[in-house]
Design a protein around this ligand. Structure first.
Ligand SMILES: Cc1cc2nc3c(=O)[nH]c(=O)nc-3n(C[C@H](O)[C@H](O)[C@H](O)COP(=O)(O)O)c2cc1C
Length: 338
């Protein structure tokens, strides 16, 4: 952690965020290296065993969608000690995303605002990347996130990618991509899920839209959760980045991620859990960066947690750090679920 914070991060943070990201990708492309040192990133403890969408995982820390959009680096990322890694979000066709600048760092808050708008190389490219992973020993559960603007495109992505992973996530919640939010309309969501259910053989997660808990704005979103439950979705990811305006972005607005989200994430998880109990699993996502927050999220009713911005701010050791802290908390305070 010290090496990353004292040397790598200051260096990377002198670059534009997307440039820094490309540089980190260069490092991640050396899978042999991560395989060689991967043992140093693990933290094993039976107390950490959990599930995501009903699938057993060695610890509850997952990589959130968006870090590896084209599934090029999952073989390296799975070496970092995650219970599960998520590739994507993948769309059927390649997309350029929004004009730049489209990512901003808010360093003093350990936060980001992104208006990437789903840049990605599309389904064919993701398939060719994932098929390479078949021969690579599996170190964590693999999930792929898909999205799109119409049902045939999404079901096509789902059908083709599902054989290569353990579960799939449907992202209906990008706050800054025109047209990708149509499935927040209840009838459209139900039709999408019914269609995906026709062919699916593996667990399904749905990434829910965020709402501001202090604005009492949850009924519409909970209703989407009810539809997911009725359509036998195994797990809800709660949730995505929160819409925010910023003049530094070419499109003028984006999604906030990182530390400022945590309290809202916690409140959303509590609301979902009090509504649905244990009938559907919840993955807490938004602003989690340490074991204490992870513990709070599990205590609020989550089965797993997901991180993205914390990986950028704290580097590859963050997963081990969260798991160590979580182990200690569970040992001292007891199972957060009881
Ligand atoms: C740069 C960036 C790109 C993202 N891309 C995606 C994406 O493609 N699909 C998705 O479901 N979420 C995406 N997200 C949202 C994250 O998965 C996550 O929900 C959000 O960042 C909150 O978690 P965090 O505070 O741990 O980062 C992205 C977030 C960031 C910061």
């Amino acid at each position: 952690m010290q090496l990353y914070k004292k040397l790598m991060r200051p260096l990377l943070f002198t670059l534009q965020p997307e440039m820094a990201w490309h540089l980190s990708d260069l490092g991640l492309s050396q899978t042999w290296f991560w395989q060689m040192i991967g043992n140093n990133f693990q933290h094993h403890n039976e107390l950490l065993e959990a599930t995501v969408a009903g699938i057993p995982i060695k610890n509850p820390v997952g990589l959130a969608a968006g870090y590896d959009k084209n599934c090029k680096f999952l073989s390296s990322l799975q070496e970092l000690g995650f219970g599960y890694v998520m590739g994507g979000t993948i769309t059927k066709d390649a997309r350029p995303g929004n004009p730049k600048p489209r990512v901003i760092r808010l360093k003093n808050q350990s936060a980001l605002i992104n208006a990437l708008g789903f840049p990605g190389d599309g389904l064919e490219r993701a398939l060719s990347e994932i098929s390479k992973m078949v021969s690579i020993p599996k170190k964590s559960v693999r999930i792929m996130s898909v999205s799109g603007t119409d049902i045939p495109d999404i079901t096509e992505c789902h059908r083709q990618l599902e054989p290569f992973c353990d579960a799939m996530e449907l992202n209906i919640s990008s706050p800054n991509t025109e047209g990708l939010r149509i499935f927040q309309e209840p009838t459209k969501l139900r039709s999408l899920l019914a269609e995906v259910n026709q062919s699916r053989t593996k667990p399904l997660l749905v990434k829910m839209p965020p709402y501001k808990s202090d604005e009492g704005d949850h009924e519409k979103t909970l209703n989407l959760g009810r539809i997911c439950l009725e359509e036998k979705v195994e797990s809800l990811t709660v949730s995505n980045t929160i819409p925010i305006a910023h003049d530094g972005l070419a499109v003028g607005h984006g999604g906030l991620s990182g530390n400022p989200l945590f309290e809202n994430t916690l409140a959303m998880v509590k609301t979902y859990h009090s509504e649905f109990g244990d009938s559907i699993e919840i993955n807490a996502c938004g602003g989690i960066s340490n074991g204490y927050q992870a513990y709070e999220a599990l205590k609020a009713g989550a089965s797993s947690i997901q991180i993205l911005t914390a990986l950028i701010y704290q580097g590859p050791r963050v997963v081990q750090k969260i798991n160590k802290e979580l182990s200690e908390l569970i040992t001292n305070k007891g199972n957060p679920k009881i």
